[in-house]
Ligand binder design. Structure first.
Ligand code: XUL
Length: 513
């Protein structure tokens, strides 16, 4: 009996490289593998996948580490599934991260040698060893420069869907151009993490899709093309260094022979454009159409939803990206996500079980809402809050874990307030990411948003979304059909909203600021 084709989704996230394979006949995930950067590639000295730079606010990751992880992930996957059954591949990348390649990159890509690793093949292809990633907020000056050249942030917002944002790629490129002009001049191509990984899989330069491209402050949302004025305000010769912008279902080509010979893929296996992790998660969570919002509880927390028409956040903290299924998606990103929850857990020397208990066993009289900014926050832009830090220290001394609930309520009241500009009516929320396993925490979100919350069977919604995009592009199926087939909810785990006086809580929250 002939075997059915399978689809592969890759996910290059902050902390790991994952691979997930889906079967369109059964609708099941048939194999999953992941390489944790910190644990499996400790030589990069990046326990959580990133390193701090020498200057305040700089955060980098290593594209060589990503390449090593890609080889490793495919090697592990090939032991689990016959890779010749994969008909098409797509992928996902942490958003905004930029990769700087020299003249040699393209020719090296075209002749990858199977006797060497990807890292060794491409090692002389970079004009910058490290990539600034989304956690970098060192580009305040460059944001101001570009906004001023454009006649103000309102103009940038109207063109790109976001005001100038420190972690977005445009300001990062300008910083490189100004601070390392020679290395910038030697840069032939600038990729995003997503389009870099896609180029490697296809053995040739890939386009950037509208989903991830919109996170650069360089793409004109209306024209769906690079904005000439923004390119000029950012860095010289930039148009020549950027790949084309194309829809998310763009066919890039067949897989590079390297992967055929080394891991047993079929030479006809197609590679489709990669996209950002949030646009991929939108698809993987079944949010391709408006009405469903997604909350991703990862290193950062994000809130996003499909949008019929682009609508901008008047406060400037939110973003509009391309929806890989067509149209647009909104997004807000919070720095005080899991890193902040981990800080609280560590302060109390708790494990996650004890943390969850503190969220349920509480006396409502004792819970005081806290500002959730134990680290600097971007939504809204605010430095870490000394009062909150001191309150946490005091609660640990007093052994008063009720503050944990105060922090978590504060965290999601902030998310609720910051999501109000989106204007879509939300009938349900899907939560994904590591912390979505925590039922007590998810219940608090359901109460604050007064919306039922579902969880997926699959933990990695970005990799699932990427695999679904490969399947949709390859079979030309409707999004409804693909969503119905692959997006399965963990039925027993729905959280229905309970009574919650949101107006009173918002007043309490606002009084703290
Ligand atoms: C979104 C953002 C983060 C990264 C994390 O704007 O910066 O969610 O995509 O990978």
């Amino acid at each position: 009996m002939p075997t059915a084709p399978l689809y592969l989704g890759l996910d290059l996230s902050t902390q790991s490289m994952s691979a997930l394979v889906i079967d369109p006949i059964s609708g099941d995930v048939v194999a999953q593998e992941s390489v944790n950067f910190g644990q499996e590639l400790p030589q990069y000295k990046a326990p959580s996948g990133f390193v701090q730079g020498a200057l305040e606010g700089e955060v980098f990751s290593s594209p060589s580490m990503w390449l090593e992880a890609l080889d490793l992930a495919l090697e592990k996957l090939s032991a689990k599934v016959e890779l010749k059954r994969i008909a098409a591949i797509s992928g996902s990348g942490q958003q905004h991260a930029s990769v700087y390649l020299n003249e040699q990159f393209q020719s090296r890509l075209a002749q990858l040698d199977t006797k060497q690793s990807l890292k060794a093949n491409l090692e002389n292809g970079f004009s910058r060893e490290l990539s600034p990633i989304w956690m970098d907020n060192s580009t305040h000056t460059q944001c101001e420069d570009i906004a001023t050249s454009m006649g103000g942030n309102e103009q940038v917002l109207a063109k790109t869907g976001s005001v100038m944002i420190e972690r977005f790629t445009g300001a990062q490129i300008r910083k490189f151009f100004k601070q390392q002009p020679e290395a910038y001049a030697q840069t032939a191509t600038i990729h995003l993490a997503s389009s870099f990984c896609c180029s490697v899989m296809a053995g040739k330069n890939a386009s950037i899709d509208y989903g991830d491209g919109a996170g650069m402050n360089l793409m004109n949302l209306d024209a769906q093309d690079w904005d000439a004025d923004l390119l000029e305000a950012t860095a010289s010769q930039l148009a020549a260094k950027l790949p084309d912008l194309k829809p998310s279902n763009q066919a890039i080509g067949t897989i590079a022979p390297y992967f055929v010979e080394k891991y047993g893929f079929e030479s006809g296996c197609m590679v489709y454009s990669f996209s950002g992790d949030n646009p991929n998660s939108l698809i993987g969570c079944g949010g391709a159409q408006a009405g469903t919002a997604v909350i991703s509880l990862g290193t950062s927390d994000t809130f996003f939803a499909a949008m019929q028409q682009p609508l901008f956040d008047p406060q400037g903290f939110g973003h509009v990206f391309g929806n890989p299924a067509g149209g647009y998606m909104s997004l807000i990103c919070f720095m005080n996500g899991s890193l902040m929850r981990e800080k609280i857990c560590q302060a109390f020397h708790y494990d996650w079980g004890q943390f969850s208990q503190a969220l349920t066993n509480y006396n409502s009289e004792q819970v005081n809402i806290q500002l959730p900014w134990l680290n600097d926050e971007i939504t809204p832009k605010t430095p870490k809050n000394q009062q909150a830090i001191e309150a946490l220290t005091q609660a640990v001394i007093d052994n008063d874990p009720s503050i944990i609930r105060g922090f978590i309520e504060g965290q999601f009241i902030n998310m609720y307030l910051q999501s109000q500009w989106m204007g879509e009516s939300i009938a349900r929320i899907i939560v994904t990411g590591g912390a979505s396993k925590n039922t007590q925490l998810v219940q608090i979100i359901a109460d604050i948003f007064q919306t039922p919350i579902d969880r997926l069977e699959v933990a990695n919604s970005a990799a699932l979304g990427a695999a679904m995009r490969a399947c949709q592009a390859h079979t030309n199926s409707s999004w409804d059909k693909v969503t119905q087939k692959f997006v399965n909810f963990d039925n027993g785990s729905r959280c229905e909203p309970r009574a919650y006086d949101i107006s009173k809580k918002i007043q309490e929250f606002k009084a703290l600021r």
